[in-house]
Design a protein around this ligand. Structure first.
Ligand code: IPE
Ligand code: IPE
Ligand code: MG
Length: 236
């Protein structure tokens, strides 16, 4: 069994609504309980010496949900940062955001910008949160930035390579993603990190996010250790 250190884990927290429905509760209760798991899982990330956690919190497609649910999700986001920023500072956690935050409610833009600014010099861990994030939009943004450099004669077209693209993604300063976990049983990416996950290991667990405890997360880490990452090579 390999003993591969995980540097970067990406999560799709899914199933909050179904968790609540199963209990006869409003969907919002699922999001409320789900918020508690974020910090529990991030504690486990730190305990397992994983440098970075990337979390899908709001997709570009989630704007299609009822306005009342969207409003509440962003209120929870504010509360999450207010409750946890002091611990993040103490633990040397840097907050990063993926996505266009200009479409977020003003109060969330403020909270998020403040968290990024306050934690920018921290280097022990990264808490990377995807807000109004879509991988296709990210690739369009990267393409435009690269085209602009070529147009301004700052970049030769023949020098464009895989690294050039990586350098223009939100994850430009983060290590490759070793493991991607999606909860709730759905087996799709839902526009998440299409380029970055090219060689990551995937775990799809049927557990709904509010039930995804530290123990369940650590089972996933164990499962990862049984994987053989060949990268196209064969065993010698
Ligand atoms: C994930 O849970 C949280 C967000 C997308 C913000 P869902 O809200 O998607 O829950 P289900 O998939 O409807 O159960
Ligand atoms: C993906 O979950 C987005 C987040 C977890 C933030 P969704 O619940 O929105 O994805 P679909 O609709 O099942 O693809
Ligand atoms: Mg869902």
């Amino acid at each position: 069994m390999a003993n591969n250190q995980i540097n970067h884990v990406a999560l799709i927290m899914d199933g909050n609504g179904r968790w609540a429905k199963k209990r006869g509760l409003p969907r919002t209760k699922g999001h409320e309980e789900g918020c508690k798991r974020i910090i529990e899982i991030f504690d486990a990330v730190k305990a397992n010496h994983i440098f970075c956690m990337t979390l899908y919190a709001f997709s570009t497609e989630n704007w299609n949900r009822p306005k009342s649910e969207i409003t509440l999700l962003f209120q929870y986001l504010d509360k999450f940062f207010k409750d946890n920023i002091a611990t993040m500072m103490k633990d040397g956690v840097r907050v990063q955001v993926m996505g266009d935050i200009s479409r977020l409610p003003k109060h969330s833009q403020k909270t998020v910008t403040k968290a990024i600014e306050q934690t920018k010099n921290n280097n022990n861990y990264v808490f990377n949160i995807a807000l109004n994030y879509g991988s296709r939009q990210e690739l369009v943004k990267a393409t435009k930035e690269i085209a602009e450099l070529v147009k301004e004669n700052k970049l030769d077209i023949n020098d464009i390579n895989e690294q050039t693209i990586s350098d223009h993604l939100y994850t430009y300063n983060l290590p490759p993603i070793d493991l991607m976990i999606r909860t709730s049983g759905e087996q799709r990416l839902s526009n998440y990190l299409l380029y970055q996950l090219a060689y990551s290991e995937f775990i799809f667990t049927p557990t709904y996010w509010p039930d995804f405890t530290k123990d369940k997360f650590e089972e996933c880490l164990k499962e990862y250790q049984t994987r053989d990452r060949r990268y196209g090579k064969i065993e010698e």
